[in-house]
Design a binder for this molecule. Structure first.
Ligand SMILES: Cc1cc2nc3c(=O)[nH]c(=O)nc-3n(C[C@H](O)[C@H](O)[C@H](O)COP(=O)(O)OP(=O)(O)OC[C@H]3O[C@@H](n4cnc5c(N)ncnc54)[C@H](O)[C@@H]3O)c2cc1C
Length: 477
């Protein structure tokens, strides 16, 4: 059987950067992906399905940690930031700051080439089927090669970067560290088109060449949102995400049978600035549908012999569903810690725990609070979101929340903001409750535990989040 220091399963954003970071430390790394080399990182048969937007801060981290400089054409277009619009289009809140739209197929090829430059052995056409587990430790993977023959490969460490449907994570032995599955309540079904479009007039709330726009609207995109992100050459990346329960509630109340597919087409038609669209078939990446998680990352990202990075660990931001940045950050950190573990001859859980701590301190410590806020948001109908965006939160407070900073919102300090209406007052009280829980979550993740304290800490986190979820069932209309 073949034998490596590290197997990186999946050649997407997380995988290619993890492989690069580990190889730069001198480890013997094998990176596997099911696609042909010309289509590395392609998530599904539909292509590199993504909104393509990524914050500059994440690109900067790659440059700082790996000295990899991104430029055109990988960076397709620069934007000033993300703007979130209320359903009535009267309020526009900034979110996440300066960023870029990536050309995903080109980005994936670029990162895979960087990995190979760093000495990574890259094997396409390999379908990963599951982990090889001995004595409750991952010691390799099994899967099928191009000819459909089963091939087993051993390694001291396996990094799982297979994305949201990971066949490794799902087949880990039941354990206290990493769940095998993600609840459907924490998953958005999403779809998007990359398209040329004919523009009908000017209105920066519907298409803004300098900003990525997010439209909150519980009728058009129940439990999620719609987006119009600019791309070079008079093109847009346009799509929606919906949460299943919210969609069911919305359809039942409105007597409709809409699906993700019908809703995307309605969203395109709803936009008065888009006269017509023509799907951009470059790289066969024009139209696609896939899932994205909107919960905090798994509370531990490691298991004996195993580390996870990116969508396999539910890393996308719970509010924006932005997962490129977290996948890149996690890839770099997982690869660095794995490389150190090989060099020191210590692949114990205690050593791998450094990755949990570093990811938590770099990005992960804010996501539980954001998950709580996302659950609250899904419990509001359009009227309440409109009202809340004009009365409950200032632009500064909303922006702070998007960065994981929790504003001071109490009934007493903000009473004058709430004008009238029982449901509004209830919604405001619920916001105050949510903000308290968000603070609590930030406190808990501010004291991320060591290996010995993990189980007790996780029980507290789960209890706090359960309370939020029980209080706020989805109510889109
Ligand atoms: C519609 C949509 C819009 C989105 N918009 C945005 C956005 O605007 N901004 C943002 O930041 N994030 C966005 N995201 C999320 C973002 O795309 C992901 O977070 C990101 O791709 C995660 O990268 P990854 O490397 O973890 O996984 P992936 O990109 O899923 O890569 C996994 C790789 O592993 C391969 N693979 C999977 N299973 C196997 C197997 N069994 N054997 C071999 N190979 C396998 C895949 O083919 C792929 O190459 C969006 C997601 C969707 C679905």
């Amino acid at each position: 059987m073949e034998n490596y220091d590290i197997i990186v399963a999946g050649g997407g954003m997380a995988g290619a950067l993890a492989a690069t970071a580990a190889a730069r430390k001198g480890a013997k790394v094998l990176m596997l992906d099911r696609n042909d080399s010309s289509e590395v990182g392609k998530k599904t048969n539909w292509g590199w399905v993504c909104g393509d937007a990524v914050a500059k801060s994440h690109i900067d981290l790659i440059e700082k940690e790996l000295k990899i400089k991104l430029s055109e054409p990988v960076l397709d277009i620069r934007v000033d930031g993300v703007q979130v619009l209320s359903p009535d289009m009267k309020n526009r809140f900034p979110f996440e700051g300066e960023g870029f739209s990536l050309d995903r197929p080109k980005a994936a090829k670029f990162f895979a080439a960087e990995a190979q430059k760093a000495g990574v052995e890259y094997r396409p056409h390999y379908e990963v089927e599951g982990p090889i587990v001995e004595d409750n430790k991952v010691v390799g993977i099994y899967g099928r090669d191009e000819k459909g023959e089963q091939v087993k490969i051993r390694a001291k460490l396996v990094i799982d970067a297979l994305g949201v449907a990971s066949t490794i994570r799902r087949k880990l032995p039941k354990n206290d560290y990493i769940e095998n599955t993600v609840s459907t309540d924490d998953i958005e079904s999403t779809g998007r088109y990359i398209a040329h479009f004919e523009q009908n007039g000017e209105d920066e709330n519907y298409y803004d060449p300098k900003n990525a726009l997010i439209h909150l609207n519980q009728v058009l995109a129940p439990g999620g949102y719609g987006w119009v992100f600019p791309k070079k050459g008079n093109r847009i990346n346009i799509g929606i995400g919906v949460e299943k329960k919210s969609l069911d509630v919305r359809n039942a109340k409105l007597g409709k049978t809409d699906t993700l597919h019908t809703l995307i087409d309605q969203y395109v038609k709803w936009n008065p600035l888009i006269k017509s669209i023509t799907i951009d078939e470059t790289d066969k990446n024009g139209k696609g549908y896939w899932s994205v998680t909107v919960r905090r990352q798994f509370d531990s990202l490691v298991f004996p012999g195993y580390m996870g990075a990116g969508d396999s660990m539910a890393m996308p931001n719970p509010i924006s569903a932005g997962g490129i940045g977290p996948a890149m950050v996690a890839g770099v950190l997982a690869g660095q810690v794995a490389g150190d573990a090989i060099n020191e001859g210590n692949t114990s859980m205690e050593f791998l725990w450094n990755y949990n701590v570093r990811y938590n301190n770099t990005y992960g410590n804010k996501t539980a609070a954001l998950e709580a806020f996302r659950v609250y948001l899904q419990s509001l109908n359009n009227d309440l979101i409109n009202y809340g965006m004009s009365h409950f939160l200032t632009k500064k407070e909303a922006e702070d929340i998007s960065y994981g900073r929790i504003p001071e919102i109490t009934i007493a300090s903000t009473f004058t903001k709430v004008l009238s209406g029982l449901s509004n007052i209830e919604a405001f009280k619920n916001l105050v409750f949510t903000v308290k829980k968000m603070k609590r979550m930030n406190e808990l993740y501010g004291k991320y535990p060591d290996l010995a304290g993990f189980k007790a800490w996780k029980d507290i986190v789960n209890k706090e989040m359960r309370e939020v979820k029980e209080k706020f069932p989805p109510a889109p209309v």
